[in-house]
Design a binder for this molecule. Structure first.
Ligand code: PMP
Length: 360
């Protein structure tokens, strides 16, 4: 029950364990093509360009940054914790001039503050973290997308801890790039960097004046590969992670079978149920209000007098693995429980029981 990697569906793991095919085998070409097509359904971006590349979520962030930034571009990074800081550092490597808006711990940057900044008219791009896994703070992605549209600024949503768990309607909400990784709510073991880019983002990339400063991330090398597999043609730039992509096909099928609205609702219901149980034990949370609580993980403060290390150890002995704090300033004061992907009532009940037993 950590906030990624999560527990995976047995059928996904079974797919992972099959003999590895050639990257040009017809069965693999079909899997890759279908996975790309299904990403559009899960991201709710019917006209988006999906990319599936070997790597982690940080590589997905890097790919978006490398292709959209040119030296001197002004970027607004709206941060709700650890991963916002990462995006700012990453974009600086490509020569971006970064303005960094940091939320108070447990809160979001007020929309008015974001708007005041965007209204200065100097920004090419804005990034924000949908759910920061260090704080479990949820940002209003719809409102942020609307602001980016209003000021004609490209938007990148770090959805590593949200895609396929939190509601995201990429195209309807006007978000240009939504990046994630396989190991969280998408439900595939670690190793895939996943992103979908809007037509607007692809046009900005096409019209770059300078070459992309990162060889492995360059869309001019990857776009022909994605197009070829989607057209069911063999192709090669760098060896794809065959087993992971086949497992992704299986997981995306399961997600689509559940239905996106049902999936968002399940995550919300189970998150609320877990928080209520923690509240009943007298615990408070890093997020300062219910309105900014994520549905993919919860970050409760340890009750008075509880030793975090000992507590996590006891919960582990009770058969449930949960995570410690991540935000450096509050690390020893709170813990984190992930509830995404195939999470069910039974997972929540067992986790609550293990936590209760650890207090006795
Ligand atoms: N952004 C967020 C919100 C994350 O939670 C994480 C991983 N925990 C990352 C980015 C980085 O992803 P990865 O560890 O897969 O590189």
């Amino acid at each position: 029950m950590i906030p990624g990697p999560i527990e995976f569906d047995p059928s996904v793991l079974e797919k992972m364990g099959q003999p590895t095919l050639s990257h040009v085998a017809p069965a693999f070409i079909e899997s890759f093509g279908r996975a790309l097509e299904m990403m559009r359904n899960v991201w709710l971006a019917p006209n988006g360009q999906p990319f599936i590349v070997a790597g982690s979520g940080t590589l997905a962030m890097d790919m978006a940054g490398a292709n959209l930034i040119e030296v001197g571009d002004n970027v607004l990074v709206v941060s709700t914790g650890y991963f916002g800081e990462r995006y700012a550092e990453l974009l600086k490597r490509y020569g971006a001039s970064v303005t960094f808006l940091q939320a108070e711990v447990g809160d979001v940057v007020p929309l008015e503050t974001v708007e005041t900044e965007l209204a200065k008219g100097k920004y090419k791009l804005m990034t924000f973290t949908h759910v920061d896994t260090s704080t479990s703070v949820l940002v209003d992605a719809k409102a942020m997308g609307a602001l980016a549209q209003k000021y004609n600024v490209l938007s990148i949503l770090d959805g590593v801890c949200s895609v396929a768990g939190e509601e995201i309607r990429q195209e309807e909400w006007g978000i240009d790039v939504v990046v994630t990784a396989s190991q969280k709510a998408v439900g595939v073991p670690p190793g895939l960097a996943l992103l979908v880019a809007s037509e607007k983002a692809m046009n900005v990339w096409v019209n770059r004046k300078t070459p992309v400063g990162n060889y492995f991330c360059d869309w001019s090398l990857w776009l022909p590969i994605m197009k070829a597999y989607e057209a069911r043609n063999p192709s090669y730039f760098a060896t794809p992670p065959i087993n992971l992509i086949q497992a992704l096909e299986t997981s995306l099928e399961l997600i689509i079978e559940e239905g996106m609205d049902a999936r968002f609702a399940r995550h919300e219901r189970l998150a609320k149920k877990f928080r209520e149980e923690m509240r009943a034990l007298g615990m408070d949370f890093i997020p300062t209000s219910e309105a900014v609580q994520a549905n993919t993980l919860t970050a409760p403060y340890y009750p008075e007098g509880v030793n975090g290390g000992e507590f996590l150890g006891k919960v582990g002995q009770n058969g449930v693995v949960i995570a410690g704090g991540l935000l450096p300033s509050h690390k020893t004061q709170y813990f984190r429980v992930g509830h995404m992907g195939i999470v069910s009532d039974e997972h929540i009940d067992r986790t609550v029981a293990a936590i209760k037993a650890a207090f006795n």
